[in-house]
Design a protein around this ligand. Structure first.
Ligand code: ADP
Ligand code: MG
Length: 271
Protein backbone atom coordinates (compact mmCIF):
# COMPACT_ATOMS: atom_id res chain seq x y z
CA UNK A 1 0.00 0.00 0.00
CA UNK A 2 0.95 3.63 -0.27
CA UNK A 3 1.74 5.83 2.70
CA UNK A 4 -0.09 9.10 2.75
CA UNK A 5 1.71 11.61 4.95
CA UNK A 6 0.15 14.49 6.81
CA UNK A 7 1.05 17.82 5.22
CA UNK A 8 3.55 19.98 7.12
CA UNK A 9 1.01 22.79 7.28
CA UNK A 10 -2.73 22.88 6.84
CA UNK A 11 -3.53 22.89 3.12
CA UNK A 12 -6.43 25.17 2.24
CA UNK A 13 -8.12 24.55 -1.10
CA UNK A 14 -10.88 26.62 -2.61
CA UNK A 15 -13.09 24.70 -5.02
CA UNK A 16 -13.99 27.30 -7.61
CA UNK A 17 -15.56 27.58 -11.04
CA UNK A 18 -18.10 30.29 -11.77
CA UNK A 19 -20.11 27.84 -13.83
CA UNK A 20 -22.89 26.09 -11.93
CA UNK A 21 -23.42 22.36 -12.08
CA UNK A 22 -19.83 21.36 -12.85
CA UNK A 23 -19.38 19.33 -9.65
CA UNK A 24 -17.93 21.85 -7.17
CA UNK A 25 -20.10 20.78 -4.26
CA UNK A 26 -19.95 17.08 -5.10
CA UNK A 27 -16.17 17.31 -5.31
CA UNK A 28 -15.82 19.29 -2.08
CA UNK A 29 -17.97 16.90 -0.09
CA UNK A 30 -16.52 13.68 -1.47
CA UNK A 31 -12.86 14.69 -1.49
CA UNK A 32 -13.24 15.90 2.09
CA UNK A 33 -14.89 12.63 3.12
CA UNK A 34 -12.26 10.64 1.21
CA UNK A 35 -9.44 12.47 3.00
CA UNK A 36 -11.12 11.94 6.38
CA UNK A 37 -11.43 8.27 5.42
CA UNK A 38 -7.69 8.25 4.65
CA UNK A 39 -7.17 9.46 8.25
CA UNK A 40 -6.75 13.21 7.83
CA UNK A 41 -8.45 15.98 9.80
CA UNK A 42 -10.63 17.88 7.37
CA UNK A 43 -12.80 20.99 7.51
CA UNK A 44 -15.38 21.92 4.86
CA UNK A 45 -16.47 25.55 4.67
CA UNK A 46 -19.71 26.02 2.77
CA UNK A 47 -19.92 29.54 1.33
CA UNK A 48 -22.65 28.93 -1.22
CA UNK A 49 -26.03 30.41 -0.10
CA UNK A 50 -27.64 27.23 -1.46
CA UNK A 51 -25.96 25.29 1.33
CA UNK A 52 -25.72 22.13 -0.76
CA UNK A 53 -22.49 20.99 0.87
CA UNK A 54 -24.10 21.38 4.32
CA UNK A 55 -27.09 19.32 3.20
CA UNK A 56 -24.95 16.63 1.61
CA UNK A 57 -22.98 16.16 4.83
CA UNK A 58 -26.08 16.07 7.04
CA UNK A 59 -25.46 19.43 8.75
CA UNK A 60 -28.47 21.52 9.80
CA UNK A 61 -28.55 24.86 7.99
CA UNK A 62 -32.02 26.33 8.38
CA UNK A 63 -32.27 30.13 8.40
CA UNK A 64 -31.91 30.33 12.21
CA UNK A 65 -28.67 28.31 12.32
CA UNK A 66 -25.50 30.28 13.13
CA UNK A 67 -23.43 29.97 9.99
CA UNK A 68 -20.57 31.31 7.92
CA UNK A 69 -22.80 34.33 7.28
CA UNK A 70 -22.48 35.40 10.92
CA UNK A 71 -18.74 34.86 10.73
CA UNK A 72 -18.32 37.01 7.63
CA UNK A 73 -20.73 39.79 8.54
CA UNK A 74 -20.97 39.86 12.35
CA UNK A 75 -17.51 38.64 13.36
CA UNK A 76 -18.77 35.50 15.07
CA UNK A 77 -15.86 33.12 15.70
CA UNK A 78 -15.58 30.24 13.23
CA UNK A 79 -15.18 27.93 16.26
CA UNK A 80 -18.78 28.78 17.21
CA UNK A 81 -20.21 27.49 13.94
CA UNK A 82 -17.98 24.49 13.21
CA UNK A 83 -20.13 21.36 13.38
CA UNK A 84 -19.05 17.72 13.45
CA UNK A 85 -20.18 15.60 10.53
CA UNK A 86 -22.53 12.99 12.01
CA UNK A 87 -21.33 10.06 9.85
CA UNK A 88 -17.65 10.54 9.85
CA UNK A 89 -14.80 11.05 12.28
CA UNK A 90 -12.26 13.76 11.53
CA UNK A 91 -14.66 15.73 9.35
CA UNK A 92 -16.05 19.12 10.38
CA UNK A 93 -18.33 21.50 8.52
CA UNK A 94 -19.08 25.22 8.62
CA UNK A 95 -22.65 25.47 7.35
CA UNK A 96 -24.08 28.09 5.00
CA UNK A 97 -27.61 29.45 5.29
CA UNK A 98 -29.80 31.38 2.89
CA UNK A 99 -28.73 34.65 4.63
CA UNK A 100 -25.50 34.33 2.71
CA UNK A 101 -27.37 35.40 -0.42
CA UNK A 102 -27.31 38.97 0.95
CA UNK A 103 -23.71 38.82 2.10
CA UNK A 104 -22.34 39.56 -1.35
CA UNK A 105 -23.83 43.07 -1.03
CA UNK A 106 -23.41 43.50 2.74
CA UNK A 107 -19.70 42.76 2.46
CA UNK A 108 -19.12 45.68 0.09
CA UNK A 109 -19.26 48.30 2.84
CA UNK A 110 -17.32 46.34 5.47
CA UNK A 111 -13.70 46.88 6.49
CA UNK A 112 -11.28 44.29 5.06
CA UNK A 113 -14.13 42.85 3.04
CA UNK A 114 -11.88 40.53 1.04
CA UNK A 115 -9.99 39.18 4.08
CA UNK A 116 -12.81 38.29 6.44
CA UNK A 117 -12.79 34.55 5.85
CA UNK A 118 -8.98 34.41 5.94
CA UNK A 119 -8.90 36.14 9.33
CA UNK A 120 -11.65 33.98 10.77
CA UNK A 121 -9.90 30.83 9.58
CA UNK A 122 -6.49 31.85 10.95
CA UNK A 123 -8.11 32.69 14.31
CA UNK A 124 -9.80 29.29 14.27
CA UNK A 125 -6.46 27.52 13.70
CA UNK A 126 -5.08 29.43 16.68
CA UNK A 127 -8.06 28.57 18.87
CA UNK A 128 -7.73 24.85 18.04
CA UNK A 129 -4.09 25.03 18.99
CA UNK A 130 -4.88 26.84 22.25
CA UNK A 131 -7.47 24.19 23.07
CA UNK A 132 -4.97 21.40 22.41
CA UNK A 133 -6.97 20.06 19.45
CA UNK A 134 -5.17 18.29 16.62
CA UNK A 135 -4.15 20.43 13.69
CA UNK A 136 -6.37 20.34 10.60
CA UNK A 137 -4.71 18.78 7.56
CA UNK A 138 -7.09 19.98 4.86
CA UNK A 139 -9.64 22.74 4.48
CA UNK A 140 -11.99 22.80 1.49
CA UNK A 141 -14.09 25.84 0.63
CA UNK A 142 -17.16 25.21 -1.53
CA UNK A 143 -17.77 28.34 -3.62
CA UNK A 144 -20.95 29.69 -5.18
CA UNK A 145 -21.15 29.81 -9.00
CA UNK A 146 -19.96 33.40 -9.30
CA UNK A 147 -16.79 35.46 -9.02
CA UNK A 148 -18.17 37.87 -6.40
CA UNK A 149 -16.87 38.75 -2.94
CA UNK A 150 -17.66 35.33 -1.46
CA UNK A 151 -15.41 33.64 -4.00
CA UNK A 152 -12.81 36.37 -3.49
CA UNK A 153 -12.89 35.68 0.27
CA UNK A 154 -12.33 31.99 -0.44
CA UNK A 155 -9.40 32.74 -2.77
CA UNK A 156 -7.81 35.05 -0.20
CA UNK A 157 -8.19 32.47 2.59
CA UNK A 158 -6.74 29.61 0.50
CA UNK A 159 -3.32 28.70 -0.87
CA UNK A 160 -4.63 26.44 -3.62
CA UNK A 161 -7.43 26.56 -6.15
CA UNK A 162 -9.04 23.31 -7.22
CA UNK A 163 -11.07 23.66 -10.42
CA UNK A 164 -13.55 20.92 -11.26
CA UNK A 165 -14.17 20.67 -14.99
CA UNK A 166 -17.20 18.85 -16.30
CA UNK A 167 -16.44 16.62 -19.26
CA UNK A 168 -19.09 18.26 -21.42
CA UNK A 169 -19.36 20.59 -24.35
CA UNK A 170 -18.20 24.13 -23.45
CA UNK A 171 -16.11 22.65 -20.63
CA UNK A 172 -13.38 25.29 -20.96
CA UNK A 173 -15.69 28.20 -21.61
CA UNK A 174 -15.39 30.87 -18.96
CA UNK A 175 -12.19 29.38 -17.60
CA UNK A 176 -10.02 32.27 -18.79
CA UNK A 177 -12.19 34.67 -16.79
CA UNK A 178 -11.67 32.53 -13.68
CA UNK A 179 -7.92 32.37 -14.30
CA UNK A 180 -7.75 36.17 -14.79
CA UNK A 181 -9.53 36.67 -11.49
CA UNK A 182 -7.16 34.30 -9.74
CA UNK A 183 -4.21 36.24 -11.19
CA UNK A 184 -5.65 39.53 -9.92
CA UNK A 185 -6.14 38.10 -6.46
CA UNK A 186 -2.61 36.70 -6.52
CA UNK A 187 -1.22 40.09 -7.47
CA UNK A 188 -3.18 42.24 -5.06
CA UNK A 189 -4.44 40.14 -2.18
CA UNK A 190 -2.83 36.71 -1.86
CA UNK A 191 0.59 36.15 -3.47
CA UNK A 192 0.74 32.43 -2.59
CA UNK A 193 -2.49 31.53 -4.40
CA UNK A 194 -2.06 29.06 -7.26
CA UNK A 195 -4.20 26.70 -9.29
CA UNK A 196 -2.83 23.44 -7.93
CA UNK A 197 -5.44 20.95 -9.06
CA UNK A 198 -7.82 20.32 -11.94
CA UNK A 199 -10.30 17.50 -11.55
CA UNK A 200 -12.30 16.09 -14.44
CA UNK A 201 -15.85 15.31 -13.35
CA UNK A 202 -18.87 13.47 -14.76
CA UNK A 203 -16.63 11.59 -17.16
CA UNK A 204 -18.33 9.14 -19.47
CA UNK A 205 -15.72 7.03 -21.24
CA UNK A 206 -18.20 5.88 -23.86
CA UNK A 207 -18.45 9.28 -25.52
CA UNK A 208 -15.92 10.84 -27.89
CA UNK A 209 -16.78 14.20 -26.45
CA UNK A 210 -15.49 13.22 -23.01
CA UNK A 211 -12.14 12.05 -24.36
CA UNK A 212 -11.85 15.24 -26.42
CA UNK A 213 -12.40 17.33 -23.30
CA UNK A 214 -9.80 15.26 -21.45
CA UNK A 215 -7.13 15.84 -24.11
CA UNK A 216 -7.94 19.52 -24.35
CA UNK A 217 -7.67 19.97 -20.58
CA UNK A 218 -4.40 18.00 -20.52
CA UNK A 219 -3.02 20.28 -23.22
CA UNK A 220 -3.74 23.42 -21.18
CA UNK A 221 -3.10 22.05 -17.68
CA UNK A 222 -0.56 19.24 -18.02
CA UNK A 223 0.81 19.73 -14.49
CA UNK A 224 -2.41 20.45 -12.66
CA UNK A 225 -4.83 17.80 -13.92
CA UNK A 226 -5.19 14.70 -11.75
CA UNK A 227 -4.99 11.31 -13.45
CA UNK A 228 -8.03 10.17 -11.48
CA UNK A 229 -11.21 11.18 -13.31
CA UNK A 230 -14.61 11.14 -11.64
CA UNK A 231 -17.05 9.01 -13.62
CA UNK A 232 -20.66 9.93 -14.10
CA UNK A 233 -22.27 7.76 -11.44
CA UNK A 234 -25.75 7.25 -10.09
CA UNK A 235 -24.34 6.51 -6.62
CA UNK A 236 -22.59 9.91 -6.54
CA UNK A 237 -25.79 11.65 -7.61
CA UNK A 238 -28.04 9.93 -5.08
CA UNK A 239 -25.76 10.03 -2.00
CA UNK A 240 -26.74 13.64 -1.05
CA UNK A 241 -30.41 12.68 -0.73
CA UNK A 242 -29.31 10.32 2.07
CA UNK A 243 -27.27 13.20 3.55
CA UNK A 244 -24.12 11.25 2.98
CA UNK A 245 -20.96 11.42 0.96
CA UNK A 246 -20.56 8.61 -1.56
CA UNK A 247 -17.70 7.37 0.64
CA UNK A 248 -20.09 6.36 3.43
CA UNK A 249 -23.08 5.73 1.16
CA UNK A 250 -21.42 3.12 -1.07
CA UNK A 251 -17.69 2.82 -0.46
CA UNK A 252 -17.18 0.11 -3.08
CA UNK A 253 -18.85 2.04 -5.91
CA UNK A 254 -16.75 3.33 -8.82
CA UNK A 255 -17.61 6.88 -7.81
CA UNK A 256 -16.35 6.41 -4.24
CA UNK A 257 -13.18 4.70 -5.46
CA UNK A 258 -12.52 7.55 -7.91
CA UNK A 259 -12.81 10.16 -5.16
CA UNK A 260 -10.60 8.09 -2.82
CA UNK A 261 -7.99 7.88 -5.59
CA UNK A 262 -8.24 11.60 -6.42
CA UNK A 263 -7.80 12.39 -2.70
CA UNK A 264 -4.70 10.17 -2.47
CA UNK A 265 -3.25 11.91 -5.52
CA UNK A 266 -3.82 15.32 -3.96
CA UNK A 267 -1.97 14.15 -0.84
CA UNK A 268 0.94 12.70 -2.82
CA UNK A 269 1.31 15.75 -5.04
CA UNK A 270 1.67 17.86 -1.90
CA UNK A 271 4.42 15.66 -0.45
P1 ADP B 1 -21.87 22.70 -8.55
O1 ADP B 1 -21.60 22.71 -7.10
O2 ADP B 1 -20.67 23.05 -9.38
O3 ADP B 1 -23.06 23.54 -8.93
P2 ADP B 1 -22.80 19.99 -8.11
O4 ADP B 1 -21.69 19.33 -7.39
O5 ADP B 1 -23.96 20.45 -7.31
O6 ADP B 1 -22.24 21.20 -9.00
O7 ADP B 1 -23.28 19.00 -9.26
C1 ADP B 1 -24.34 19.33 -10.13
C2 ADP B 1 -25.27 18.14 -10.29
O8 ADP B 1 -24.57 17.07 -10.91
C3 ADP B 1 -25.78 17.60 -8.96
O9 ADP B 1 -27.10 17.20 -9.14
C4 ADP B 1 -24.89 16.41 -8.69
O10 ADP B 1 -25.54 15.41 -7.92
C5 ADP B 1 -24.59 15.91 -10.09
N1 ADP B 1 -23.27 15.27 -10.17
C6 ADP B 1 -22.08 15.80 -9.82
N2 ADP B 1 -21.08 14.94 -10.06
C7 ADP B 1 -21.65 13.81 -10.55
C8 ADP B 1 -21.15 12.54 -11.01
N3 ADP B 1 -19.85 12.28 -10.99
N4 ADP B 1 -22.03 11.65 -11.45
C9 ADP B 1 -23.35 11.92 -11.49
N5 ADP B 1 -23.89 13.08 -11.10
C10 ADP B 1 -23.05 14.02 -10.64
MG1 MG C 1 -22.46 23.88 -5.56
Amino acid sequence: GRTLQRPENTRILTVSNQKGGVGKTTTTVNLAAALADHGFNVLVIDIDPQGNASTALGIPHSADTDSVYDVLIDDLALADVVTECPDMDRLWVVPATIHLAGAEIELVSLVAREQRLQRALQEYFQSRENDGQERLDYVFIDCPPSLGLLTVNACVAAQEVLIPIQCEYYALEGLSQLLNNIQMIQKHLNPVLAVSTILLTMYDGRTNLASQVVSEVKEHFADEVLSAKIPRSVRIAEAPSYQQSVITYDRASTGALAYLEAAAEIVERGQ
